[in-house]
Design a protein around this ligand. Structure first.
Ligand code: GDD
Ligand code: MN
Length: 359
């Protein structure tokens, strides 16, 4: 491959890592054309000066931004300073071993549009992590998989180490927030073939991590913003709307069958409940999840069966919460029920999104 590879490397106070990083890059990428674009947020420790001083020895460009605007935004800015068509994003602190780059390139040569260096595929790892950091990382991935189903095709959407065709993000509106640039790029870019290769997340030798509690709040805001921008929030609102229509069907049948067909009210209620489950299913299938019912997916009746099972569990959840809040905490039963309905709605949405209309 003689395409130029542009490495975008955000830096903030990484002075002592620059020289070892450039040396290892030179060795790892021997035989390839590449450039390194550092996006520095005006580090006080002289990172930009060190990098600039090495520009006659290595293919280095240094962009200094006057204020600290964060890792993910640094990568987006970097995109307008690259000359290559293949972009690699990595950290400067050597926790992303440059020796993995040829593995990423191999997958690109095989036709991938984006290749992720992953901690969570067979052979990948992050040694030396505390239990709480591990849980944090897994929890963040779980949340992304749950709320942004399109990320489910990737095991490590939180990785900061990846390579992609610049073309795939041409025209994409990138509005990242905080740390998770891959999440933004995956959701907003156009990628047909996605590959993951394992790597071992290194242990930081010099300098320190900038990951703070504030980043976790930024992460939640980022997920919410992506849900808004990609229509997932709208999907949830549609689901709620369908749910409300189901209440109408349920109550209407209860009334009609009891008053006019002379049925015992519990019999009417049972018919009302099942009918509303079926109308909810049909509306969700052709409205809420219209993008996920093409041929080749799970057959209609399997989906209907799943939807019924999820609804049954939702009923149990609703009743359990109603009983618990009323009996144990002494909450007024109508209020308890409202809470039970809210939890059951989230349950219904998440499980049906995950399972019934699997993306
Ligand atoms: N320009 C700029 N501005 N660069 C920054 C900023 C910033 O505000 N904050 C951090 N960086 C740079 C660091 O200098 C380093 O090169 C890289 O971004 C990663 O920062 P670290 O602070 O070392 O992050 P980390 O090791 O805790 O997190 C890494 O691993 C995570 C996976 O657990 C990153 O790669 C994350 O993206 C990744 O999700
Ligand atoms: Mn790091």
């Amino acid at each position: 491959m003689n395409e130029t590879i542009s490495l975008i490397i955000p830096t903030y106070n990484e002075r002592d890592n620059i020289t070892p990083l450039l040396k290892r890059l030179e060795r790892a990428l021997a035989g390839y054309n590449y450039e390194v674009v550092f996006i520095d947020d005006n580090s006080a420790d002289g990172t930009a000066e060190v990098a600039t001083s090495l520009a006659d020895k290595y293919p280095v460009k240094v962009i200094v931004r006057k204020d600290k605007r964060g890792l993910a935004s640094a990568v987006v800015d970097g995109l307008s300073h690259v000359s290559g068509k293949i972009i690699a994003v990595m950290d400067a602190d050597l926790q992303h071993p440059p020796e993995v780059l040829p593995d990423l390139l191999k997958e690109m040569e095989k036709g991938a549009d984006i290749v992720i260096a992953s901690r969570y595929v067979k052979g990948g790892s992050c040694p030396g992590w505390s239990l709480s950091r591990k849980l944090n990382s897994r929890g963040a991935i779980f949340l992304a998989h749950l709320l942004l189903p399109a990320t489910r095709r990737v095991n490590d959407p939180m990785s900061g180490f990846f390579m992609f065709n610049k073309e795939a993000v041409a025209g994409a509106k990138l509005e990242p927030l905080g740390y998770k640039i891959l999440l933004e790029i995956l959701m907003q870019g156009r990628f047909k073939r996605v590959a993951e290769v394992p790597f071992t997340f290194g242990i930081r030798g010099r300098g320190e991590s900038k990951l703070s509690a504030g980043q976790q709040v930024a992460y939640l805001r980022h997920i919410f913003s992506l849900m808004k921008r990609t229509g997932e929030l709208l999907r949830f609102l549609k689901f709620c709307l369908v749910g409300i229509s189901g209440v109408g069907v349920n109550m209407g049948l209860l009334w009609l069958l009891t008053e006019f067909a002379g049925l015992f009210y519990l019999t009417s209620a049972a018919i009302g409940i099942e009918t509303s489950i079926i109308t909810n299913f049909i509306l969700n299938n052709y409205f809420t999840f219209a993008d996920r019912n093409q041929p080749g997916r799970k057959p209609f009746f399997i989906r209907l069966l799943r939807f019924n099972l999820v609804s049954l569990a939702a009923l149990a959840i609703n009743l359990a919460i109603l009983g618990f809040l009323t009996e144990v905490w002494g909450v007024f039963y109508l209020l308890s029920n409202l809470f039970g309905i809210a939890v059951a709605t989230f349950w219904n949405y998440l499980v049906n999104n995950w399972w019934t209309w699997k993306p």
